[in-house]
Structure formats: C-alpha cells, structure tokens
Unconditional design. Structure first.
Length: 215
C-alpha cells in the first residue's frame, strides 16, 4: 500500500499516477478490514478464554497490555481518514461528474481503464489522436465503453497541422469543457500541449489530470 503512493519515479513511469491511485483505491479496504477483523476476533477469543464479557476484555486489552491503546487509536485514525476521504470524493463526484478524456499513443490504455471505472451515467467525451486510423489501438473497445456510458467519441487522425488540438477545436468539440474534469494521457509533448490549451480556455488546475508516458 505504501509503495502505491510512494511516488517512486520508475513505478510511476511504468504504471502511471492514475493507475497507482486506482490500485490503491481497490486494495485499501482489504488491509483495513483485516485489521478490524483481527481486533474483533482477538477480543472475542480472549473474552471466551477468560469467560468474561467482550467489553470487560476490551478494557483489559487497552489498559493492561503495552501499546494496545496506541495501536487502537492508530486504527481508529486510519478508519476516520478513510471515511473522510470517501466523503470528499463523493462531494467532488457530485460537483463534477462529467469527464473529458484525451489520449494519444500508449495513453489510450489508460483512457480505456478510466472508462471502465466510470458509471453508466457518466456521458464522457473521448478524443483519440493518431497519425492514421490504423494507429488507433483499442479503438473498438473504447468505442463500446463510450457508447455504453452514453458518451461521445471523436477520432482525430492526420498530421499535427490537420488534426491538432487547439483552443478552437477543443472548444468546438466540447462546448461544456469548463464543466468537466479533463484527463490527458500520452507522449509528454502531446500532454503538455493539451494541458496548456485547456488552461488557456479557463479550465482550473484542479480539474486537469494528466499522465505522460515515455515508453
């Protein structure tokens, strides 16, 4: 769990920051649940062995065994942090539930994963950029995911002059851009260019999420 959010450069480069956060989100409930189960089973076991009630045994464990009180406080703080994080995420989702996904090159794999995580009511807008149509890998799968979520898919093919993503094309393609979260994945130069365009159109930094892949 610590490795997933430790910002190790090599791991981030291979998996991507958003990928690490998704794995952290999926795995996080398990260790916390196991710690809670361990505490409950420990109390139950000691209470049964001592033939005393669970609350009596809780009091005994907390104040008669070294470090148990500190460990219990630590577990409580972990659970509190998790609950508060979930609340913050839900408030953010309610505030900005629509997304714009833009990808080029290997970045389409990250966009595909993001689409799978979106609810059916998300209505995403997806822009895939490639030099030629044959380079749009995973295009069929992405099109299916977008369709099932009531979204729009735009495939931009051609050279950088004929299929560029600039202020005019982005605003024309996504009129409600400022009401969406933007996710950009792809080569570093591509990501930098799209992020600059989005900022120039007034999209705040907290709504811009990007991942550059150097593979």
């Amino acid at each position: 769990m610590v490795l997933l959010v430790s910002r190790v450069p090599f791991v981030e480069q291979v998996v991507g920051k958003d990928g690490l956060l998704r794995w952290h989100r999926r795995l996080a409930p398990w260790p916390i649940s196991l710690l809670i189960a361990h505490a409950l089973l420990l109390v139950a076991g000691y209470a049964q062995a001592a033939r005393s009630g669970p609350w009596h045994e809780v009091n005994t464990l907390l104040f008669s065994y070294p470090d148990v009180l500190i460990a219990t406080i630590g577990l409580g703080l972990m659970c509190l942090a998790g609950v508060m994080s979930i609340g913050a995420i839900r408030r953010r989702v309610r505030r900005r539930s629509r997304v714009l996904l833009i990808a080029a090159g290997i970045g389409v794999t990250a966009v595909r994963a993001l689409l799978e995580d979106l609810p059916r009511s998300a209505r995403p807008v997806v822009l895939l950029r490639a030099t030629q149509r044959a380079d749009l890998v995973l295009g069929t799968e992405i099109a299916d995911l977008v369709k099932r979520r009531g979204g729009q898919l735009h495939e931009l093919t051609g050279n950088r002059m004929t299929a560029s993503i600039d202020q005019y094309s982005l605003r024309h393609t996504v009129p409600d851009l400022n009401e969406r979260d933007l996710y950009v994945c792809g080569p570093e130069a591509f990501v930098t260019s799209v992020v600059e365009v989005a900022r120039s159109l007034g999209l705040p930094d907290e709504a811009i999420h990007h991942e550059a892949f150097a593979l």
